[in-house]
Design a protein around this ligand. Sequence first.
Ligand code: SF4
Length: 430
Amino acid sequence: MKIALVQSWLGPQAGEPVFPIGLASLAASLPGHSVAAFDPNVAGGDPMAALAEFLRDFSPDMTGVSLRNIDSTNTRVNVSYLKPFSDTLAVVRRETTGALVVGGAGFSMFAKAIMASWPIIDYGVALEGETAFAALADALARGNAPSSVPSLFCRDAAGDAFFTGESAKIDLLMLASPDFSLLPLAPYAAVPWGVGVETKRGCALSCVYCPYGFLNGRRYRYKAPKQVAAEIIALRDVHGARRFTFLDSVFNVPVDHARAVLDAMIAAGATLPWSAWFAERGLDRDFLELARRAGCDTVIFSPDAFGDAALKKLGKASSVAEIKAAYRLVRDLGCFEVSYNFFKNPPGQTLSAAVDMVRFIVKARREMGKKAHFELNSIRVEPHTALAKLAEAEGLIAPDTDLLSPVLYSQKKTAYIEKLFDILLRAAGK
Ligand code: SF4
């Protein structure tokens, strides 16, 4: 079967491109099929005309469209990707007659609403796609009914979508490495976080705004450390990557697997520069030194708040004391850049915590200069999260709100803090 894999277009306002690792992982799970991929986000010119040309040239029997995000989520200015997604689907439907399949994290979070809103989609792949997409392709190639494949949205005779049922989570020890040759790496390699490597899936932490547990499960599933090292070496030696970022929910949790990965990287000489998300709790000098020896040059933290009340309400695992201690560790080692994500006005926010956060930012900028980076964002309410329930309890959303259109959470009683930060950020040109 000829299978086209297409990354959904993010539109003209999208940020810098990210290598579509989901498609690369799908491609590696499709032996026996002829696979070609296209990413309109790096096409230049008219991306939709370029997509049409790709589809006409390849003439696929089946096309999978990956919708990674439906908008820019927790950013200061939320940008919707639904119109370019719609444009992508329209081009695929116009240029091909085979099955049109949509998957990806963005699709999975809003699967029912998306299947209802875009009747031109034939099938939807919910959650992890590697097994279900391959099984769907095999079923269609053999003329079998796809409704026996779990984790799919199919359509009945009336065109209504129905779900075929959940499937077991994928064992990463059995999963092939992503096919990094699927698309030229150069446009993504030029972006600091454009090329990603995963060492595990799942997150046992409970940040209230985060749908990651719904998408990838709360139980950790690990890739073999030697396989991670081999992927990094292939990225460097075969595909020309000069740095990468770890895609794990949090790299240093659980720490034993992270250490095993770092040891394997050092042993194999897989030491490109890299960044990763780190948790403050449990981070120590020994681990950071090991990470540095394995190539880490950028530590990313997402404390989200700077007051213990807000941290607790956000379900974060760290306290303010731990945030400060982790900062001192990174600063004192002197060999890292550090990035922080904070929310302007999360649940539990107080004026004194907001002031302390600003003090922390000023101090870090004074001590680390341009090696310290900060993002102050709004919180997007995602479905399948505790924040959605809180927003419902506070009357911000109705129980049946599908949340396809972004709803931003800002704690009512301190709404002025969000406004104040917006004014300051605009004045700073952000
Ligand atoms: S640590 Fe990250 S992935 Fe895990 S729940 Fe929190 S935000 Fe989500």
